[in-house]
Design a protein around this ligand. Structure first.
Ligand SMILES: [Zn+2]
Length: 261
């Protein structure tokens, strides 16, 4: 029996010296180290987003008390500062890359990953997900532009990194029914949003809730998240796995009826 809700943590920059642009969402490597130690204390087992997705939909095994660690945007310190700490704690994370940021700097001047560094993260066992090309608010774009952001980022990551990209993260957390449908049509089988609640019954594989880690977050709050006592629609928890299973059946039927070509 899987203990739900499942905390899905969202990190951005891991640096002692971030630009003011990303500083509110930055932690130090020492802070990340403390959080990952708390995961161990809470008896949680880290899994990737795709492992969570497979487990909840009945397509794969899942530990009794899972937790997911994710990183967004692709800061260079995901490799240089975060990865050594993750490795020490045996955590495989899911890293969502904005392809247009690769080889560049953030709007605040923070160094972003280059392609070789992104490849190294994949080689170290981290899951690579897509986070669009230019980080727009997808629900504000035309269908054609949204499709480009969603599809091209996946194709480019798959081609350049030689990995299967299964998961998408909505830039700024924003999506809409149309955007979620486009993500599904582009071949992803899960997507993460940001609701700052523990992933629970109202989630589908295309709206996995995440908890944003901020610079001023207390260890007590992290402890509460990991205990499962953070905000969620708790009375519906038992429906979580049931919801995912019925979703999987629906998708299977949709695939069968649409899979003629
Ligand atoms: Zn982002």
């Amino acid at each position: 029996m899987i203990a739900v809700p499942v905390p899905v943590l969202l990190y951005h920059c891991v640096s002692p010296d971030p630009s003011s642009w990303i500083a509110p969402f930055t932690v130090t490597a020492h802070c990340l180290d403390r959080h990952l130690a708390l995961i161990g204390t809470a008896g949680r087992t880290p899994v990737t987003v795709s492992q969570l997705r497979d487990g909840l939909s009945g397509a794969g095994p899942l530990p009794t008390r899972p937790v997911v660690v994710t990183f967004d945007d692709g800061f260079a310190d995901t490799l240089t500062a975060a990865a050594p700490v993750l490795h020490r704690h045996h955590v495989r994370s899911t890293i969502y890359l904005t392809t247009g940021f690769i080889d560049g700097v953030s709007p605040g001047g923070d160094r972003m990953l280059d392609w070789a560094q992104a490849r190294e993260l994949a080689d170290r066992g981290h899951e690579i997900g897509a986070h669009s090309v230019t980080h727009p608010q997808l629900d504000q774009l035309s269908r054609a532009r949204a499709r480009h952001e969603i599809q091209s980022s996946r194709e480019m990551l798959q081609e350049r990194l030689d990995v299967l990209v299964r998961s998408f993260a909505y830039p700024h957390g924003y999506s809409s029914p149309a955007v979620r449908r486009q993500v599904m049509e582009a071949g992803y089988d899960s997507a993460c949003s940001v609701k700052n609640v523990v992933s629970g019954a109202s989630d589908t594989p295309f709206s996995i809730s995440r908890l944003t880690v901020t610079a001023d977050l207390s260890d007590d709050t992290v402890r509460r998240w990991l205990d499962g006592s953070a905000p969620t629609r708790r009375r519906d928890e038992r429906l979580l796995t049931k919801g995912w299973r019925s979703y999987r059946r629906l998708r299977h039927i949709a695939t069968l009826s649409g899979g003629r070509s």
